[in-house]
Design a binder for this molecule. Structure first.
Ligand code: URA
Length: 204
């Protein structure tokens, strides 16, 4: 019976809303998350951005890219002339994974196995959105979209994802937050905006 349930769950849902209902009803692979954080944006968006997994704030609010990394992404998108409301944003992994340190919940990167576990959902999701261009923000997204471990800085730029999907690989915005000094941060931010400008041009 467990296998029958699994098989039913793996039948492609007829709509993005039905897929999202299925994702929302599924338990996290690693227990702890408050909820599944779903993708956001219109079907038919030209550009789809794929992040890693929701962070602490996203987990609490139930919306992707609203915490510190999301704010960096927002600002850079604005600078590059990409309208967030007309883009699709989602994550490779739909649940926040963390270790508790006192009152703080410290983000833990998903393992390769965890990213692969969530890949089927991401593929279904992108099949509904049908973007012209898919952007992998960081290594977990690149793994989800290619099926392979990808060194992001080496392969930064244009890419082909599974199924021949035109794509682009770039660092995750949280990488900018982790850089040690302000000068390095400013340089990395300029490169990040340059990626987004190239993406905008490719998607036109
Ligand atoms: N980082 C991500 O990859 N996704 C989010 O939604 C927030 C932070």
């Amino acid at each position: 019976p467990a296998r029958a349930v699994e098989k039913m769950a793996r039948q492609a849902p007829p709509t993005l809303a039905a897929l999202n209902a299925l994702i929302a009803a599924t338990d996290p692979l690693v227990p702890g998350a408050t909820r599944a954080v779903l993708g956001e944006g219109p079907e038919g968006a030209t550009i789809a951005f794929v992040g890693e997994q929701p962070g602490d704030q996203e987990d609490l609010a139930g919306r992707c890219f609203i915490g510190p990394a999301g704010q960096v992404l927002d600002r850079a998108m604005q600078e590059a002339g990409i309208d967030r409301a007309r883009s699709y944003l989602t994550n490779a992994v739909k649940h926040f994974k963390f270790v508790q340190q006192g009152k703080r919940r410290i983000h833990q990167s998903p393992t390769t196995g965890e990213v692969k576990h969530y890949r089927w959902w991401l593929k279904q999701e992108l099949d509904f959105v049908k973007p012209k261009l898919v952007v992998a923000l960081g290594g977990s997204a690149a793994l989800a979209l290619t099926g392979e471990v990808v060194p992001v800085m080496r392969y930064r730029g244009r890419a082909r994802f599974e199924g021949g999907q035109p794509g682009y690989i770039m660092p995750h915005p949280s990488y900018l937050l982790r850089l040690p000094d302000e000068a390095a941060k400013a340089r990395a931010y300029e490169d990040f905006v340059a990626d987004l400008r190239a993406i905008r041009a490719m998607a036109e």
